[in-house]
Design a protein around this ligand. Structure first.
Ligand code: PBG
Length: 334
């Protein structure tokens, strides 16, 4: 660092903070609604949309309310979405894709290139036990090989239905290669793959599992996802899977959750030159909502501060349940 005369250096710090204009000019990162991706949940055979505990203004949508929700999000400047489907019928052996494929088709027929539609690829909402894959015969392990085949078929179905991007969140080994191969085989070479490449075994997924009906359930030997998601104390494991996913053909990599793993995002986004997404997960979003509801935090500033941290750490895009409020919150926290 340069050797500034001490008093001069201190005074210049205050000059650069003295008005909204100069603060904005001096900023290194700018959060904009164009950088945000709004998750959506669509639930089969639901009569009326349902709210989700902890996630204000996020819903388990019906097929009709989903379309209206996207219309209203577009009016608020949101153009990118991450869609989760919850089918009624579940299967322990294969991915049930028809319901979600139909929803993708209707969204893309209605909104076309006005939206960028990413679709989550996982089995947790489609298996009766809630695990992200197919269990082995003794029901004590998620089988990698058969799960990867099912995931690749699901990705193909969603891409054929019109998804712009498929986003596998299961954490099986080598699913990116399998998905890229199947997409190429079906001439779906323009479909992007956003890999949840650094997804940790987190306690912050609670509200999501209610929304997606995907918590491990039933009388299982396998009660959590520790055997396939990354151990929070093992960041090198995230590097291995991110490097592998990049080599196997992912277009976008991801760190998830965001706040507890900013170090991972900062380090890996410097080293692997692909666009990085960060998923501000349901429990992170709900934390700010709960603090704000208790009068303990300014809601807009809380959310924008988290988003700013993600951008500073190297994210190109942020998946957040608050995208549809971003314009208001950004203005409020200026
Ligand atoms: C699993 C999946 C999870 C999320 C998205 N896809 C978590 C999990 O149940 O392990 C979490 C998102 C959130 O909490 O907002 N396929």
């Amino acid at each position: 660092m340069m050797d500034y005369p001490e008093h001069d250096f201190l005074i210049s710090q205050r000059r650069i903070r003295q008005s909204p204009h100069i603060r904005s000019l001096a900023r290194q990162v700018h959060v904009q609604v164009e950088k945000l991706i709004q998750p959506l949940f669509v639930v089969e055979s639901l009569q009326q949309r349902e709210s989700i505990p902890g996630l204000t203004d996020v819903y388990r949508d019906t097929s009709d309310s989903l379309i209206r929700q996207v219309e209203s999000d577009l009016e608020r400047g949101v153009k990118s979405f991450l869609l989760f489907g919850v089918p009624e019928a579940k299967s322990p052996h294969l991915a049930k894709t028809d319901f979600l494929a139909r929803k993708i088709h209707s969204l893309k027929s209605r909104f076309g290139a006005d939206i960028f539609l990413s679709v989550d690829v996982c089995l947790c909402s489609t298996t009766p036990h809630g695990h992200c894959g197919i269990l082995n015969d003794s029901l004590d392990h998620v089988d990698n090989g058969s799960t990867v085949i099912a995931l690749a078929e699901a990705a193909r179905d969603y891409a054929q239905a019109g998804a712009d991007c498929v986003a596998p969140s299961d954490m099986m080994d080598h699913r990116i290669q399998a998905i890229r191969d199947v997409l190429d085989h079906h001439k779906l070479d323009r479909t992007l793959i956003m890999s949840y490449s650094a997804k940790f075994h987190s306690a912050f997924y609670g509200p999501f599992r209610v929304a997606a009906d995907s918590a491990p359930k039933g009388n299982l030997k396998l009660t959590d996802r520790a055997t396939y998601q990354i151990d929070p104390a093992h960041p090198r494991d995230a590097r291995v899977s991110s490097e592998r996913d990049a080599v196997e053909g992912a277009d976008i990599l991801m760190v998830k959750p965001g706040l507890p793993y900013l170090d991972v995002l900062a380090e890996l986004s410097k080293e692997i030159p692909l666009p990085w997404a960060v998923y501000e997960v349901s429990g992170e979003f709900a934390s700010v909502e709960l603090l704000a509801r208790e009068g303990l935090m300014n809601r807009a500033r809380g959310h924008v501060e988290l988003w700013t941290g993600f951008m500073r750490a190297g994210a190109s895009m942020i998946i957040t349940y608050g995208a549809r409020h971003a314009r208001d919150w950004l203005k409020e926290s200026e």
